[in-house]
Design a protein around this ligand. Structure first.
Ligand SMILES: *Cc1c(COP(=O)(O)O)cnc(C)c1O
Length: 449
């Protein structure tokens, strides 16, 4: 069997890794993973790492889960793939029925893409095209929030707002209208999350009052802007936004790609505001972290605006080769089985309360500005003076120091800039959370000393 060193050497000759300055790997070892089991990843030298970030937020029930692996293997013996135009198959029908059932009322149609960014592009195109089909051809623009993230293809970068990913490509991107994020890290001292998010809703209302005639849709990540440093906001914002979109005839697109399937404490984040969007995108956890798949749900109203005789050319002529792949749908159905069979959300409430307790001492750390939590997402933001008013220079890469320390202790805690966060698989135990809290505390001491 090869060693870590063998595989790393071969890899660095031929691969180009995502979201990576490859030169970093002149110093920072690349870690070849041989197998996964539950929360653990094991490398070729036999060292184990606790996957505290669910392998980029996709994994829900652990690696190599017998139920999901079994379902994919069974499906493999039946049908690996078939074109989804003019043909269909049981896993995709069953999955669509179930998604319509469990998502907020009013979402009745499911369109598939094969990754999150493509799914967001589907929602953007459908919204734009809907207004064209309705004769509202002036509606051509999208409203987005500052600090938002919706993927990395050109249209999704355009509606996203994280400078690190976007700035270079600005000349290639469509023009969007940006509203200030309800992100509560920016609240005044003494101001509640609810009051701050409500103030930002005032801004959004004013913006839509002015621009609604040229706007197709507002796109948001409900409750947590994950790639934007795990910044969080109050559900009141979503309620106010839904009402404003209704008032001004603007679609609401909620991107639940990262926050869906229980991450925020409810099955879908929108539930906490009691709203139904016009489009909802689901990916990442949809297949339990097994295979790429994105579902875009929409309403009967949107569907009907495209339903007509062929020659009217109103159809949504969008496709991806692997649309509705049966193996991915089988993994998704097996994932939904687990939500049905076990009280996942109840256990998660216990786990997030436990982690909150374990991290409580860090709130007083001299270089921790905030420990925040929404459901199963918990983030620790570092700052030079321990307040929300100062920031470490990004070039110091403080978070990276925490990451490196965690690796030596057997934990995968990949940070976002100066934010250390936990988004673990739901099968994690309280003891394992204690271990992660200890590792993070040690790492933060080292990184801020
Ligand atoms: C990850 C993510 C995407 C993009 O999904 P990909 O499958 O990586 O293209 C879009 N929106 C949000 C909120 C995400 O977290």
């Amino acid at each position: 069997m090869p060693t870590n060193a063998d595989l790393m050497a071969r890899d660095l000759k031929v691969l180009w890794h995502p979201c990576t300055q490859m030169k970093d790997h002149a110093e920072q070892p690349l870690i070849p993973i041989r197998r996964g089991e539950g929360v653990w990843l094991e490398d070729f030298d036999g060292k184990r790492y606790l996957d505290a970030v669910s392998s980029w937020w996709v994994n829900l029930f652990g690696h190599n889960h017998p139920g999901i692996s079994g379902a994919v293997k069974d499906q493999l013996d039946q049908l690996e793939h078939v074109i989804l135009a003019g043909f269909t198959h049981e896993p995709v029908v069953r999955l669509s029925e179930r998604l319509v059932e469990i998502t907020p009322p009013g979402l009745t149609r499911v369109f598939y893409a094969d990754n999150g960014s493509s799914g967001i592009e589907v929602a953007l195109k459908m919204s734009f095209h809907y207004w064209q089909n309705q004769g509202r051809s002036r509606k051509q623009r999208f409203v987005t929030l500052s600090n938002s993230y919706h993927g990395e293809t050109l249209a999704t970068l355009a509606v996203g707002n994280v400078e690190l990913y976007k700035a270079t490509y600005q000349p290639l991107l469509m023009d969007v209208i940006t509203a200030p994020s309800p992100d509560c890290y920016l609240r005044e001292d003494g101001e509640s999350w609810e009051d701050y998010s409500a103030r930002r809703a005032d801004d959004m209302e004013a913006l839509l009052a002015e621009h609604h005639e040229e706007v197709c849709a507002v796109i948001v990540e409900p409750l947590v802007q994950c790639a934007g440093h795990m910044r969080m906001y109050h559900p009141v914002y979503l309620q106010r936004l839904r009402a404003a979109c209704d008032r001004y005839q603007v679609h609401l697109i909620t991107d639940e790609i990262a926050v869906g399937f229980g991450r925020t404490g409810t099955l879908f984040a929108c539930e906490q505001a009691g709203i139904t969007p016009d489009f909802m995108a689901l990916s990442k956890g949809l297949t339990g972290g097994y295979l790429p798949l994105c579902a875009v749900l929409t309403t009967e109203d949107v569907y009907q605006a495209f339903y007509d005789d062929y020659a009217t050319l109103r159809a949504f002529m969008h496709s991806h080769s692997y649309t509705g792949n049966p193996l991915a749908c089988a993994a998704a159905n097996a994932t939904l089985d687990l939500f049905e069979r076990e009280d996942v959300l109840g256990r998660n409430r216990m786990l997030s309360a436990h982690l909150k307790q374990a991290l409580a001492p860090l709130a007083d750390h001299p270089h921790v500005a905030e420990v925040r939590q929404t459901g199963m997402i918990t983030a620790i933001e570092l700052s030079p003076d321990g307040t929300r008013h100062t920031q470490y220079d990004w070039r110091e890469r403080r978070g990276l120091r925490v990451f490196r320390h965690a690796l030596t202790r057997g934990a995968l805690l990949r940070p976002l800039g100066n934010v250390v966060y936990f988004m673990p698989p739901y099968i994690i135990t309280p003891d394992q959370l204690d271990f992660l809290a200890d590792v993070a505390a040690e790492g933060i001491d080292l990184a801020t000393a």
